[in-house]
Design a protein around this ligand. Structure first.
Ligand SMILES: N[C@@H](CCC(=O)N[C@@H](CS)C(=O)NCC(=O)O)C(=O)O
Length: 206
């Protein structure tokens, strides 16, 4: 049985849960309490030297990093496919996924951390800067989505990588501007997927 070392609020764990749901794989969740620093326990550090979640254990392998995990799931459980066959398109999926993780998800994390501070300690300039950065990513996606239903053409790991933070945008005070029509219809398309609806339910968003 697949085991996922998980912290429910982590967007990187959510990214893996989305892929497990898309592939209809059953798995056991092991709750790793980041509030208690459990990710840095000796047992967790043996599984992931970075001391972070997610970690996936399957068939004697312990795999860390959401991108590596999702590619492992794609290799091991290829149906339904979440990667295109063509190597150029596969490279494009990987670049978008990297961009989702390192710009969108990471920047959203900085914004969320700022907003968690006591009201008098929140740096409004920083908040504004992070929100602008997120909108800039959405503008980039708008151009990429021109004439396409999904970022890399076919639905793929690239689309799934953006979902966790997309779902958090209202909470972060970021509204998708009406002019970003491609992004708005792409979002609607993604929200129709059972995997995304399930994640919304798990997060108490619907
Ligand atoms: N690149 C990693 C990032 C994982 C990550 O940053 N996880 C966070 C939770 S969102 C974590 O475990 N933080 C705890 C820590 O750094 O101690 C991935 O994609 O899996």
């Amino acid at each position: 049985m697949i085991k996922l070392y998980d912290f429910p609020q982590s967007p990187y764990c959510q990214k893996v849960r989305l892929v497990l749901a898309e592939k209809e794989l059953s798995f056991d969740k092991v709750f790793v309490d980041l509030m208690k620093n459990e990710q840095k326990s000796p047992d967790m550090l043996r599984l992931n030297p970075y001391g972070k979640v997610p970690v996936l254990a399957d068939e004697g392998e312990a795999i860390y990093d959401s991108t590596v995990i999702n590619e492992y799931l794609e290799d091991e459980y290829p149906h339904p496919p979440l990667m295109p066959a063509d190597s150029g398109a596969r490279a494009r999926v990987r670049m978008f996924e990297d961009f989702a993780d390192n710009s969108f998800t990471a920047q959203g994390g900085l914004l969320a951390a700022e907003l968690r501070k006591a009201a008098e300690q929140v740096d409004q300039d920083r908040v504004q800067r992070y929100r602008t950065d997120l909108i800039r990513v959405l503008e980039f996606l708008e151009r990429q989505l021109e004439g396409k239903d999904y970022i890399a053409g076919e639905f793929s790991l690239a689309d799934l990588a953006f979902i966790p933070r997309m779902l958090q945008l209202p909470k972060l005070g970021v509204e998708i501007p009406d002019r970003l029509r491609n992004v708005l219809s792409w979002t609607d398309r993604l929200l129709e997927r059972a995997s995304v609806r399930q994640l919304q339910q798990e997060l108490g968003l619907v």
